[in-house]
Design a protein around this ligand. Structure first.
Ligand code: KG4
Ligand code: ZN
Length: 346
Protein backbone atom coordinates (compact mmCIF):
# COMPACT_ATOMS: atom_id res chain seq x y z
CA UNK A 1 0.00 0.00 0.00
CA UNK A 2 1.39 3.39 -1.03
CA UNK A 3 0.59 6.11 1.49
CA UNK A 4 1.18 9.84 1.51
CA UNK A 5 1.82 11.27 5.00
CA UNK A 6 1.28 14.90 5.95
CA UNK A 7 2.37 16.55 9.21
CA UNK A 8 1.39 20.14 10.08
CA UNK A 9 0.60 20.04 13.80
CA UNK A 10 2.98 22.78 14.89
CA UNK A 11 5.86 24.62 13.20
CA UNK A 12 7.11 21.98 10.79
CA UNK A 13 5.61 21.03 7.43
CA UNK A 14 6.43 17.36 6.83
CA UNK A 15 5.48 15.27 3.81
CA UNK A 16 6.47 11.68 3.02
CA UNK A 17 5.60 8.71 0.85
CA UNK A 18 5.72 5.28 2.50
CA UNK A 19 5.15 1.95 0.82
CA UNK A 20 4.19 -1.06 2.95
CA UNK A 21 6.38 -3.29 0.77
CA UNK A 22 9.28 -1.06 -0.19
CA UNK A 23 9.49 1.15 2.92
CA UNK A 24 10.03 4.90 2.95
CA UNK A 25 10.34 6.22 -0.60
CA UNK A 26 10.78 9.96 -0.01
CA UNK A 27 10.28 12.62 2.62
CA UNK A 28 10.78 16.32 3.06
CA UNK A 29 10.62 18.65 5.99
CA UNK A 30 10.36 22.40 6.16
CA UNK A 31 11.00 23.98 9.53
CA UNK A 32 9.51 27.39 10.37
CA UNK A 33 12.13 28.01 13.05
CA UNK A 34 13.39 31.27 11.48
CA UNK A 35 9.86 32.61 11.14
CA UNK A 36 9.13 32.25 14.86
CA UNK A 37 12.61 33.03 16.19
CA UNK A 38 12.04 36.76 16.71
CA UNK A 39 8.97 35.99 18.87
CA UNK A 40 10.82 33.44 21.03
CA UNK A 41 8.16 30.77 20.41
CA UNK A 42 5.62 29.50 17.88
CA UNK A 43 3.01 32.07 16.79
CA UNK A 44 0.00 29.90 15.83
CA UNK A 45 -1.42 32.17 13.11
CA UNK A 46 1.96 32.57 11.42
CA UNK A 47 2.43 28.80 11.59
CA UNK A 48 -0.89 28.13 9.80
CA UNK A 49 -0.14 30.67 7.08
CA UNK A 50 3.27 29.20 6.42
CA UNK A 51 1.87 25.67 6.18
CA UNK A 52 -0.55 27.02 3.54
CA UNK A 53 2.40 28.40 1.57
CA UNK A 54 4.48 25.23 1.76
CA UNK A 55 2.10 22.28 1.66
CA UNK A 56 1.26 21.99 -2.05
CA UNK A 57 4.77 22.59 -3.47
CA UNK A 58 6.12 20.09 -0.95
CA UNK A 59 3.50 17.49 -1.90
CA UNK A 60 4.54 17.77 -5.55
CA UNK A 61 8.23 17.65 -4.73
CA UNK A 62 7.96 14.55 -2.50
CA UNK A 63 5.83 12.64 -5.02
CA UNK A 64 8.45 13.50 -7.66
CA UNK A 65 11.33 12.32 -5.47
CA UNK A 66 9.47 9.08 -4.78
CA UNK A 67 8.99 8.71 -8.51
CA UNK A 68 5.23 8.24 -8.14
CA UNK A 69 2.17 10.27 -9.10
CA UNK A 70 -1.01 10.94 -7.17
CA UNK A 71 -2.66 8.18 -9.25
CA UNK A 72 -0.32 5.62 -7.61
CA UNK A 73 -1.44 6.50 -4.07
CA UNK A 74 -3.62 4.03 -2.15
CA UNK A 75 -4.26 6.23 0.86
CA UNK A 76 -3.43 9.48 2.63
CA UNK A 77 -2.62 10.01 6.30
CA UNK A 78 -2.36 13.35 8.07
CA UNK A 79 -1.85 14.49 11.63
CA UNK A 80 -5.27 15.13 13.17
CA UNK A 81 -3.95 16.10 16.62
CA UNK A 82 -2.85 16.95 19.18
CA UNK A 83 -1.51 20.28 17.96
CA UNK A 84 -2.44 23.82 16.96
CA UNK A 85 -5.95 23.97 15.52
CA UNK A 86 -5.18 26.23 12.55
CA UNK A 87 -2.01 24.34 11.68
CA UNK A 88 -3.77 20.96 11.87
CA UNK A 89 -6.54 22.25 9.60
CA UNK A 90 -4.08 23.05 6.79
CA UNK A 91 -2.72 19.50 6.54
CA UNK A 92 -6.17 18.03 7.15
CA UNK A 93 -7.78 20.13 4.41
CA UNK A 94 -5.07 19.35 1.85
CA UNK A 95 -5.11 15.62 2.60
CA UNK A 96 -8.91 15.36 2.65
CA UNK A 97 -9.36 17.31 -0.58
CA UNK A 98 -6.73 15.26 -2.37
CA UNK A 99 -8.18 12.00 -1.09
CA UNK A 100 -11.65 13.06 -2.22
CA UNK A 101 -10.53 13.90 -5.75
CA UNK A 102 -8.56 10.63 -6.01
CA UNK A 103 -11.32 8.63 -4.36
CA UNK A 104 -8.92 6.93 -1.93
CA UNK A 105 -9.18 6.55 1.87
CA UNK A 106 -7.94 9.37 4.08
CA UNK A 107 -7.11 8.99 7.77
CA UNK A 108 -6.36 11.43 10.58
CA UNK A 109 -3.47 10.10 12.68
CA UNK A 110 -2.47 10.79 16.29
CA UNK A 111 0.76 12.81 16.31
CA UNK A 112 2.19 10.96 19.33
CA UNK A 113 1.39 7.58 17.80
CA UNK A 114 3.46 8.79 14.86
CA UNK A 115 6.39 9.60 17.19
CA UNK A 116 5.96 6.33 19.04
CA UNK A 117 6.15 4.27 15.84
CA UNK A 118 8.94 6.30 14.18
CA UNK A 119 11.64 3.80 15.29
CA UNK A 120 9.81 1.21 13.14
CA UNK A 121 11.28 3.00 10.12
CA UNK A 122 14.79 1.95 11.16
CA UNK A 123 16.70 -1.19 10.12
CA UNK A 124 16.40 -2.81 13.54
CA UNK A 125 12.82 -2.01 14.59
CA UNK A 126 11.61 -2.95 18.09
CA UNK A 127 9.24 -5.91 18.45
CA UNK A 128 6.11 -5.62 20.61
CA UNK A 129 5.65 -5.36 23.53
CA UNK A 130 7.76 -2.45 24.75
CA UNK A 131 7.74 0.50 27.09
CA UNK A 132 7.75 3.84 25.28
CA UNK A 133 9.11 7.07 26.70
CA UNK A 134 7.48 9.88 24.74
CA UNK A 135 9.46 13.04 25.31
CA UNK A 136 8.59 16.06 23.20
CA UNK A 137 7.79 19.73 23.61
CA UNK A 138 4.26 18.96 24.75
CA UNK A 139 4.47 15.48 26.27
CA UNK A 140 6.47 13.44 28.77
CA UNK A 141 4.80 10.08 29.09
CA UNK A 142 5.68 6.48 29.84
CA UNK A 143 3.42 4.14 27.92
CA UNK A 144 3.12 0.37 27.85
CA UNK A 145 2.74 -0.68 24.22
CA UNK A 146 1.52 -4.20 23.48
CA UNK A 147 0.49 -3.60 19.85
CA UNK A 148 -0.35 -0.71 17.54
CA UNK A 149 -3.15 1.16 19.28
CA UNK A 150 -2.81 -0.81 22.52
CA UNK A 151 -1.42 1.88 24.75
CA UNK A 152 -1.59 2.02 28.52
CA UNK A 153 -0.40 5.22 30.17
CA UNK A 154 1.98 4.34 33.01
CA UNK A 155 2.88 7.86 34.07
CA UNK A 156 3.32 11.40 32.79
CA UNK A 157 4.49 14.86 33.76
CA UNK A 158 2.27 16.68 36.18
CA UNK A 159 3.54 20.04 34.87
CA UNK A 160 6.07 20.91 32.13
CA UNK A 161 7.09 18.39 29.48
CA UNK A 162 10.81 17.60 29.30
CA UNK A 163 11.22 19.48 25.99
CA UNK A 164 9.31 22.43 27.40
CA UNK A 165 11.67 22.45 30.42
CA UNK A 166 14.66 22.49 28.05
CA UNK A 167 13.11 25.35 26.05
CA UNK A 168 12.09 27.44 29.09
CA UNK A 169 15.46 26.99 30.78
CA UNK A 170 17.18 27.96 27.53
CA UNK A 171 15.10 31.13 27.49
CA UNK A 172 16.26 31.99 31.03
CA UNK A 173 19.82 31.66 29.73
CA UNK A 174 18.93 33.96 26.86
CA UNK A 175 19.61 31.30 24.22
CA UNK A 176 17.97 31.75 20.84
CA UNK A 177 14.77 29.89 19.98
CA UNK A 178 14.50 26.93 19.69
CA UNK A 179 16.41 26.62 22.92
CA UNK A 180 16.32 22.88 23.68
CA UNK A 181 18.91 21.68 21.16
CA UNK A 182 21.09 24.76 21.84
CA UNK A 183 21.07 24.11 25.56
CA UNK A 184 21.95 20.46 24.88
CA UNK A 185 24.90 21.49 22.67
CA UNK A 186 26.23 23.81 25.41
CA UNK A 187 25.69 21.13 28.06
CA UNK A 188 28.10 18.85 26.24
CA UNK A 189 30.88 21.42 26.86
CA UNK A 190 30.08 22.02 30.53
CA UNK A 191 30.98 20.38 33.84
CA UNK A 192 28.14 18.15 35.08
CA UNK A 193 29.44 18.16 38.65
CA UNK A 194 29.79 21.86 39.35
CA UNK A 195 26.14 22.45 40.24
CA UNK A 196 23.99 19.74 41.68
CA UNK A 197 20.46 20.07 40.40
CA UNK A 198 17.61 18.10 42.02
CA UNK A 199 16.23 14.94 40.36
CA UNK A 200 12.53 15.77 40.83
CA UNK A 201 10.12 13.11 42.13
CA UNK A 202 12.71 10.32 42.05
CA UNK A 203 12.75 9.89 45.84
CA UNK A 204 9.18 8.59 45.90
CA UNK A 205 7.57 5.64 44.15
CA UNK A 206 5.59 6.09 40.94
CA UNK A 207 6.12 7.04 37.33
CA UNK A 208 5.05 10.66 37.41
CA UNK A 209 7.43 13.46 36.37
CA UNK A 210 7.70 17.10 37.34
CA UNK A 211 10.09 19.44 35.55
CA UNK A 212 8.85 22.93 36.39
CA UNK A 213 10.96 23.12 39.60
CA UNK A 214 14.17 22.82 37.57
CA UNK A 215 13.35 26.14 35.92
CA UNK A 216 13.10 27.89 39.28
CA UNK A 217 16.31 26.20 40.41
CA UNK A 218 18.07 27.51 37.29
CA UNK A 219 16.66 31.00 37.77
CA UNK A 220 18.09 31.12 41.30
CA UNK A 221 21.41 29.73 40.11
CA UNK A 222 21.67 32.44 37.45
CA UNK A 223 20.88 35.09 40.04
CA UNK A 224 23.53 33.76 42.46
CA UNK A 225 26.25 33.42 39.85
CA UNK A 226 25.93 36.54 37.81
CA UNK A 227 28.66 39.11 38.07
CA UNK A 228 28.19 42.69 36.84
CA UNK A 229 26.29 41.36 33.88
CA UNK A 230 22.72 40.04 33.66
CA UNK A 231 24.01 36.53 32.89
CA UNK A 232 26.84 34.50 34.46
CA UNK A 233 30.14 34.17 32.54
CA UNK A 234 30.45 31.70 29.69
CA UNK A 235 31.93 28.80 31.65
CA UNK A 236 29.24 29.12 34.32
CA UNK A 237 26.57 29.12 31.60
CA UNK A 238 28.01 25.91 30.14
CA UNK A 239 28.12 24.33 33.61
CA UNK A 240 24.51 25.31 34.32
CA UNK A 241 23.45 23.74 31.00
CA UNK A 242 25.40 20.56 31.83
CA UNK A 243 23.92 20.33 35.33
CA UNK A 244 20.40 20.92 34.03
CA UNK A 245 20.66 18.38 31.21
CA UNK A 246 22.14 15.80 33.58
CA UNK A 247 19.23 16.28 35.99
CA UNK A 248 16.58 15.84 33.28
CA UNK A 249 18.38 12.84 31.79
CA UNK A 250 18.93 11.13 35.16
CA UNK A 251 15.29 11.66 36.07
CA UNK A 252 14.11 10.14 32.78
CA UNK A 253 16.53 7.20 33.13
CA UNK A 254 15.40 6.43 36.70
CA UNK A 255 11.73 6.43 35.69
CA UNK A 256 12.35 4.35 32.55
CA UNK A 257 14.15 1.68 34.59
CA UNK A 258 11.31 1.72 37.07
CA UNK A 259 8.72 1.32 34.29
CA UNK A 260 10.63 -1.61 32.83
CA UNK A 261 10.92 -3.30 36.19
CA UNK A 262 7.22 -2.74 36.83
CA UNK A 263 6.12 -4.18 33.48
CA UNK A 264 8.87 -6.81 33.17
CA UNK A 265 9.51 -5.62 29.60
CA UNK A 266 12.98 -5.75 28.07
CA UNK A 267 12.60 -3.21 25.28
CA UNK A 268 12.38 0.56 25.60
CA UNK A 269 11.48 2.92 22.77
CA UNK A 270 12.28 6.60 23.16
CA UNK A 271 10.51 8.97 20.82
CA UNK A 272 9.78 12.68 20.33
CA UNK A 273 12.13 15.65 20.07
CA UNK A 274 14.04 15.04 23.32
CA UNK A 275 14.87 11.48 22.19
CA UNK A 276 17.41 13.19 19.89
CA UNK A 277 19.36 14.13 23.02
CA UNK A 278 22.76 12.44 22.87
CA UNK A 279 23.29 12.26 26.63
CA UNK A 280 19.85 10.68 27.17
CA UNK A 281 20.57 7.96 24.59
CA UNK A 282 23.99 7.30 26.09
CA UNK A 283 22.85 7.03 29.69
CA UNK A 284 19.81 4.91 28.84
CA UNK A 285 21.95 2.51 26.85
CA UNK A 286 24.36 2.04 29.76
CA UNK A 287 21.59 1.70 32.35
CA UNK A 288 19.52 -0.77 30.33
CA UNK A 289 22.47 -2.91 29.23
CA UNK A 290 22.99 -3.76 32.90
CA UNK A 291 19.49 -5.26 32.91
CA UNK A 292 19.91 -6.97 29.54
CA UNK A 293 17.36 -4.64 28.05
CA UNK A 294 17.56 -2.70 24.78
CA UNK A 295 16.83 0.90 23.78
CA UNK A 296 15.38 1.81 20.38
CA UNK A 297 15.10 5.24 18.81
CA UNK A 298 14.56 6.81 15.42
CA UNK A 299 17.32 8.43 13.36
CA UNK A 300 17.91 12.03 14.42
CA UNK A 301 15.68 13.69 11.79
CA UNK A 302 12.72 11.43 12.70
CA UNK A 303 12.90 12.20 16.45
CA UNK A 304 11.40 15.65 15.93
CA UNK A 305 8.24 16.27 13.89
CA UNK A 306 8.23 14.77 10.39
CA UNK A 307 5.91 13.39 7.72
CA UNK A 308 7.51 9.92 7.57
CA UNK A 309 6.21 8.88 10.98
CA UNK A 310 2.68 9.95 10.00
CA UNK A 311 2.87 8.06 6.69
CA UNK A 312 4.07 4.95 8.54
CA UNK A 313 1.48 5.09 11.36
CA UNK A 314 -1.29 5.94 8.88
CA UNK A 315 -0.30 3.08 6.60
CA UNK A 316 -0.67 0.53 9.42
CA UNK A 317 -4.18 1.77 10.20
CA UNK A 318 -5.23 2.19 6.57
CA UNK A 319 -4.09 -1.40 5.92
CA UNK A 320 -6.45 -2.48 8.70
CA UNK A 321 -9.31 -0.73 6.89
CA UNK A 322 -9.58 2.43 8.97
CA UNK A 323 -10.55 5.68 7.26
CA UNK A 324 -12.28 8.96 7.99
CA UNK A 325 -15.57 10.08 6.55
CA UNK A 326 -15.42 13.18 4.35
CA UNK A 327 -14.56 15.51 7.19
CA UNK A 328 -11.40 17.33 8.29
CA UNK A 329 -10.56 15.76 11.62
CA UNK A 330 -8.62 18.19 13.83
CA UNK A 331 -8.39 17.47 17.55
CA UNK A 332 -6.07 19.88 19.38
CA UNK A 333 -6.30 17.84 22.63
CA UNK A 334 -6.35 14.10 22.19
CA UNK A 335 -5.12 11.63 24.86
CA UNK A 336 -3.06 8.80 23.36
CA UNK A 337 -4.74 6.07 25.39
CA UNK A 338 -8.08 6.93 23.74
CA UNK A 339 -6.82 5.23 20.57
CA UNK A 340 -8.07 1.75 19.75
CA UNK A 341 -6.11 -1.26 18.54
CA UNK A 342 -6.19 -2.22 14.88
CA UNK A 343 -8.55 -5.20 15.21
CA UNK A 344 -11.13 -3.19 17.16
CA UNK A 345 -11.27 -0.55 14.45
CA UNK A 346 -12.31 -2.75 11.55
O1 KG4 B 1 8.63 16.17 18.92
P1 KG4 B 1 8.93 17.60 18.72
O2 KG4 B 1 9.64 18.01 17.45
O3 KG4 B 1 7.66 18.48 18.79
C1 KG4 B 1 6.61 18.22 19.65
O4 KG4 B 1 5.76 17.33 19.31
O5 KG4 B 1 6.61 18.85 20.72
O6 KG4 B 1 9.80 18.04 19.98
C2 KG4 B 1 10.33 19.32 20.12
C3 KG4 B 1 10.99 19.42 21.47
C4 KG4 B 1 11.41 20.83 21.82
O7 KG4 B 1 10.99 21.13 23.13
C5 KG4 B 1 12.92 20.79 21.70
O8 KG4 B 1 13.58 21.69 22.54
C6 KG4 B 1 13.22 19.37 22.11
O9 KG4 B 1 12.18 18.61 21.51
N1 KG4 B 1 14.54 18.91 21.62
C7 KG4 B 1 15.58 18.60 22.42
C8 KG4 B 1 16.64 18.22 21.57
N2 KG4 B 1 16.21 18.30 20.27
C9 KG4 B 1 14.91 18.72 20.32
N3 KG4 B 1 15.69 18.61 23.75
C10 KG4 B 1 16.87 18.22 24.27
N4 KG4 B 1 17.94 17.85 23.54
C11 KG4 B 1 17.87 17.84 22.19
N5 KG4 B 1 18.94 17.46 21.47
ZN1 ZN C 1 6.03 16.13 17.88
Amino acid sequence: MLVLGVETSCDETGVAVYDSERGLLAHNLYSQVKLHAEYGGVVPELASRDHVRKILPMLEQVLDSANVTTADLDGIAYTAGPGLMGALMVGGAAATALGYTLNIPVLGVHHMEGHLLAPMLEDNPPAFPFVALLVSGGHTQLVSVTAIGDYELLGESIDDAAGEAFDKTAKLLDLDYPGGPRLAAMADRGDIDRFSFPRPMTDRPGLEFSFSGLKTFTRNLIEKNRGDDVLPNEQTMLDICAGFQEAVVDTLVIKCRRAMQQTGMKRLVIAGGVSANRRLREKLEVALAKERAEVFYARHEFCTDNGAMIAYAGCQRLLAGEKNELVIAATPRWPLDKLTGLQEAV
